[in-house]
Design a protein around this ligand. Structure first.
Ligand code: DAK
Length: 254
């Protein structure tokens, strides 16, 4: 896949690196489709338990590809492959960690909102500057940003188009840690490795349950949480046995 590099830097961990440096990793349609295809493969591969997505030193991603817009015209926003790619990212069932150095703007910022954990390099800048090209964060940003950081902060970001730095992103809850720039990806991989040791089925169910909070009324999501019968898994038996026997658990995802 020309737009991305895919490697396995640690046991059970997949690293997707966006590879359009010349365009600050702008999310062309084909790049989005490549990311979605890599995630589809990762979802189907039991060996992969956690995915890290990153850009390069200068940019995580500068957002939708503005130069593609006049080419494709307005219908590009509703293009089936584009919408399907975003849906695949949104529905990815395993933990997805963003390692952000440099710009995470527009669709690039929206991509971080779909990640479960965001690690920001100290020079990271998050922003939704779509208003500057008379658009708005239309790939979920207007809905997810206020849920993530609150209405007032989201309004300031979206209506002004101003960027926020890594520390602010961390204070506001867009990112969870700020690292020195050269350690961002390594730290994300380290966290992925810690998650990957846990029972994949428990991790997957936990992710699903946490995300339920955004889409459902509390009563409904609480009763769904109760219905997810985690204690019936082999992994749960193994986790208990390992604790009692004072040994590391060997989880199989069953
Ligand atoms: N698209 C295409 N190319 C981009 C790009 C982008 N988003 N961002 C940067 N580039 C390209 C530049 O054109 C330049 O290419 P060359 O001129 O060298 O060929 C190269 O990357 C380096 O950029 P600069 O020369 O501009 O670098 P600077 O350091 O001077 O500036 C910058 C960096 C990030 C501040 C600046 O590049 C910038 O402002 N970029 C645009 C950021 C942005 O506006 N992002 C949001 C894009 S819109 C929807 C409606 C709308 C949307 C979604 C859905 N619905 C209706 C469903 C919109 C989504 C968006 O994300």
């Amino acid at each position: 896949m020309a737009n991305i590099n895919v490697t396995t830097p640690a046991n059970h961990v997949l690293l997707i690196s966006l590879n359009r440096a010349k365009a600050l990793n702008a999310l062309s349609k084909s790049l989005l489709v490549d990311v979605a295809a890599a995630l589809d493969e990762a979802a189907a591969n039991d060996e992969i338990r956690c995915v890290v997505i990153t850009g390069d030193d200068r940019a995580f991603s500068a957002g939708a590809d503005i130069k593609e817009m006049p080419e494709d015209g307005f219908p590009m926003w509703a293009a089936a492959d584009r919408l399907k790619a975003w849906k695949t990212i949104e529905k990815f069932p395993k933990p997805l960690i963003a390692a952000v150095n440099g710009y995470a703007l527009g669709g690039g910022c929206e991509l971080t909102l779909l990640c479960d954990i965001v690690i920001a390099g100290e020079d990271a800048q998050f922003g939704t500057p779509e208003v500057k090209i008379a658009a708005f964060p239309g790939d979920g940003g207007t809905q997810r940003l206020p849920r993530a950081i609150g209405k007032a902060r989201a309004m300031k970001m979206v209506l002004s188009g101003e960027f926020i730095d890594a520390e602010t992103a961390c204070d506001w809850g867009l990112a969870v840690e700020v690292t020195p720039k050269e350690q961002t990806v390594a730290r994300a991989i380290e966290i992925a490795g810690i998650i990957a040791v846990n029972s994949p089925i428990a991790v997957r169910m936990a992710k699903e349950e946490i995300l339920m909070t955004y889409g459902r009324p509390l009563d409904e999501s609480l009763s769904l949480e109760r219905k997810l019968l985690l204690w019936q898994t082999d992994d749960h038996d193994e986790g208990i046995a390992a604790f009692v026997e004072k040994r590391p658990a060997k989880f199989t995802g069953k």
